[in-house]
Design a protein around this ligand. Structure first.
Ligand SMILES: C[S@@+](CC[C@H](N)C(=O)[O-])C[C@H]1O[C@@H](n2cnc3c(N)ncnc32)[C@H](O)[C@@H]1O
Length: 291
């Protein structure tokens, strides 16, 4: 292998991903998980796949693409490929208006429905692109708070993602200490355990917060989700933005099938879902109710 100049002109080894290979991988990724792969993602994909080249002990990115696309290794490499191209950014209490809505109004209105979710049966929540778990665990902490005030309140949380790497992290429920900064102090005190390690301080969610969440692998592009169809609240936040309109609509239609009438669908605040023919009505910014 020969070293060449980087685009910035530095004299170090540069292993480019050709446009053709990027387009072939992009089509495959888009078909499998719906994530758009415009040319602007070329550099990001190139950087992330270099780690796979190294892990597989291959010579360069061209060899990786041949291996995956032409030599039949796709099936075994797909999980790693998807892990490498997904954006898993998340935070505790991200877009806190949603949690405020649930605490002040959402949960009470659900409990008042004829089938009395939360009382006659557990209220069901689903975090449909949960990344490393901050979203479903925030929900779990919030719902434990509701339970403190309403002893009989019952709930369950399903949390799914396509990326196996983040699901492993989510199940561990260990986070760097700085990630807890958006968590109100009294809630953090009640639900986080602090590590003894002073050099790399971490926090772990208490067992009761962890045990309320069931994690699973799920691709929102799948025709059938294999989950209960009577969810009371679905979080589908900061993922639609990566999909084309047509895929957004198809995914939202499937999510609606899993939502009980009167239940809530919460999307990211930067995600616009107007103009689709869906059985939901908007009741506030990024908050929809199933008709
Ligand atoms: C930016 S994170 C958002 C996490 C969380 N919902 C939040 O708002 O903090 C997007 C997540 O969607 C997941 N994802 C991407 N494509 C997916 C698909 N087709 N099915 C399920 N999850 C997907 C990614 O792996 C990633 O963890």
């Amino acid at each position: 292998m020969r070293g060449t100049l980087t685009p910035s002109g530095e004299n170090s080894f540069y292993d480019p991903l050709s446009r053709r290979d990027f387009e072939r991988l992009g089509r495959l990724i888009e078909d499998y998980c719906g994530i758009r792969m415009p040319p602007s993602k070329h550099t990001m994909v190139e950087g992330r796949l270099r780690r796979r080249v190294k892990a597989l002990n291959l010579a360069n990115l061209s060899e990786y693409c041949r291996y995956v696309l032409d030599q039949g290794a796709l099936e075994q490499e797909l999980v790693n490929l998807i892990d490498a191209v997904t954006t898993n950014k998340t935070d505790f209490f991200r877009e806190p208006q949603h949690f405020r809505f649930l605490m002040t109004e959402g949960i009470q209105s659900l409990m008042a429905l004829p089938h009395r979710p939360g009382i006659d049966r557990p209220m069901r929540f689903w975090s449909a692109a949960c990344a490393s778990g901050a979203e479903p665990y925030t929900l779990s902490m919030v719902l434990h708070e509701v339970q403190r005030a309403n002893r009989g309140f019952r709930f369950e949380i399903f949390a799914t993602d396509i990326c196996t790497e983040v699901l492993t992290k989510a199940k561990m429920a260990i986070y760097p200490e700085f990630m807890a900064s958006p968590v109100p102090t009294d809630i953090a005190r009640r639900y986080f355990l602090r590590s003894q390690d002073r050099e790399t301080p971490t926090l772990r969610l208490m067992p009761r917060v962890r045990q309320s969440v069931r994690f699973g692998h799920l691709n929102l592009m799948d025709p059938d989700y294999g989950l209960p169809t009577d969810m009371d609240v679905i979080f589908c936040r900061n993922i639609l933005i990566y999909f084309e309109k047509q895929i957004q609509c198809a995914v939202l239609a499937k999510l609606c099938r899993h939502l009980r009438p009167g239940g809530y669908l919460l999307v990211g605040h930067s995600e616009t879902i107007s103009g689709f023919d869906l059985p939901i009505e908007q009741i506030d910014t990024a908050i929809f109710r199933r008709r």
